[in-house]
Design a protein around this ligand. Structure first.
Ligand code: GDP
Ligand code: MG
Length: 457
């Protein structure tokens, strides 16, 4: 069945969270959904029910006449709805059994269960939102922190889409100019087409695309949290610190060196900032192949992390800087903090930039947390400005493809290639940009974007 036929079928799902609640909202959408829903509502429901008006009625089984629940219902007439189709909402009592009975009733009357993300997918297919805005809806629903909310709002308000549109317009202008030059070269000078206006547009768009790609560093921290790798020798107190920051006993802590061998990753909020803490194997030479793999993994994760915490127990601080300097040279972390741990055991003098903490007495924790939140704010503090930024790997990859298309254009231009080849490379770049907003796209991109949604969205 084609997507457009599938997109017309009436679907229903619980749009609010599962579990007991005061109210639950069941969403219904599709061609004929109003006609299918009507018989399941009390006969007293008026025939001339204005659209977008919430009214009190009852959900009734039309065969047995059993009253299933009292509910508030609203109808939306397409295209003035979230999906762009005729749709409706039933606000019923929020008990799981009530919800199940209402949904079963709908399913028996020609409305099928919605797939995850199907409502938003329909909204996209009906042109109610573009792919970045759809990603924004998902991000908004998932947001637990101010930084994620900012990143989500950036998408739902169409700011990224507008930036992509602008780039696309510049490149389409370049393409149009190039096409005109190919079709109507200046009389008598066919060998030397004037491509400067094309080059100028390509350079302008290329620079803006590079800036956008660069913004992913901050956009990623905003949308997914700052990844923080806990790095140090066995028994440095990494797992204890992880548990302390999470506020629960997530990692196993023992006095035996080499306890943590695999890595653990957990999200946590510190002063409202989202971090992804990564606890890892302690760094040492090990004959145990499992531990050795864990150590290798730890090194890789530290290289990839936004922030590495180098942990050294305070009672082993005789000359900590040599060890740390070696680690920094080896890993070249994006950012790092040096931490003296277990300061309840020893009160050494540590170098000025170091922070001292004790996971047992909480000494130094306030300063330490402030340093962590400052790292997050470094990334996301300026994201409220007008500058567009990207927040997902999908967007960043598509921009890299566009950038590569422009690089190939430049290389071909320098090599004196035919205009047709130049036009082809430009077209590739434009296509990559269109993919970001979903104007061109394949089924699997849509499956990927919408498959991550929950049912009812
Ligand atoms: N006194 C003291 N002991 C600690 C502190 N943090 C961790 N330890 C102890 O140090 C040992 C190793 O801790 P652990 O977190 O497993 O270290 P890891 O190998 O780096 O993960 C355990 O016995 C912990 O109880 C601390 O702040 N003060
Ligand atoms: Mg450990």
């Amino acid at each position: 069945m084609s997507e457009s036929v599938l997109a017309a079928q009436p679907i229903a799902a619980l749009a609010t969270g599962p579990g007991a609640a005061a109210v639950a909202m069941i969403r219904i959408s599709g061609v004929g959904s109003h006609q299918l829903l009507r018989p399941c509502l009390a006969a007293s429901a008026e025939q001339n029910w204005p659209h977008r008006e919430l009214r009190l009625t009852s959900v009734v089984d039309p065969e047995s006449k059993e009253l299933i629940d009292d509910a508030m219902v609203v109808f939306f007439q397409g295209p003035r709805s979230y999906t762009g189709e005729d749709s409706a909402e039933i606000h019923c009592h929020g008990g799981p059994y009530v919800v199940r009975r209402v949904l079963e009733l709908l399913y028996r009357h020609g409305i099928r269960a919605a797939e995850p993300g199907e409502f938003t997918r329909r909204a996209f297919l009906n042109g109610k939102l573009d792919l970045t805005e759809a990603e924004g809806i998902k991000a908004l629903v998932d947001a637990q922190s101010h930084q994620q909310w900012l990143a989500a709002r950036h998408l739902t308000t169409g700011r990224l889409r507008a930036a992509i549109d602008e780039l696309r317009t510049i490149l389409i202008g370049a393409l149009a100019y190039l096409a005109a030059q190919i079709d109507f070269p200046d009389e008598g000078d066919t060998a030397h087409l004037n491509l400067d206006p094309v080059r100028q547009r390509v350079n302008q768009a290329g620079a803006a695309i590079k800036t956008l790609i660069g913004s992913y560093d901050d956009g990623r921290v905003a949308s997914q949290g700052l990844s923080v790798a806990l790095f140090g020798a066995p028994n440095a107190g990494k797992s204890t610190l992880m548990n302390e920051l999470l506020g629960r006993e997530r990692a196993i802590v023992t006095a035996i060196a080499g306890t943590t061998r695999d890595y653990l990753e957990e999200s946590c909020l510190i002063e409202g900032r989202l971090l992804r803490l990564i606890d890892m194997a302690g760094i040492r030479e090990s004959a145990d192949p499992i531990e050795a793999m864990g150590v290798e993994t730890a090194r890789r994760l530290a290289r990839e992390a936004d922030l590495v915490l180098f942990l050294v127990p305070a009672d082993q601080l005789s000359d900590p800087t040599t060890q740390i300097d070696q680690w920094i040279a080896e890993l070249s972390p994006r950012a790092h903090l040096c931490i003296a741990t277990k300061i309840d055991l020893a009160q050494p003098i540590w170098p000025g930039a170091w922070l001292g903490i004790s996971s047992h007495t909480a000494a130094g924790m306030t300063e330490f947390k402030a340093a962590l939140t400052a790292q997050v704010d470094n990334h996301v503090g300026h994201l409220t400005g007008e500058q567009a930024f990207v927040t997902s790997a999908r967007q960043a990859n598509a921009l890299r493809n566009a950038s590569e298309g422009l690089a190939r254009f430049n290389a071909a231009d320098t090599a004196g290639a035919y205009e047709e080849l130049l036009a082809f490379e430009l077209q590739q770049a434009v296509s990559a940009l269109k993919g970001i907003i979903g104007e061109v796209g394949t089924e699997d991109i849509l499956d990927k974007v919408f498959g991550d949604f929950c049912v009812g969205k």
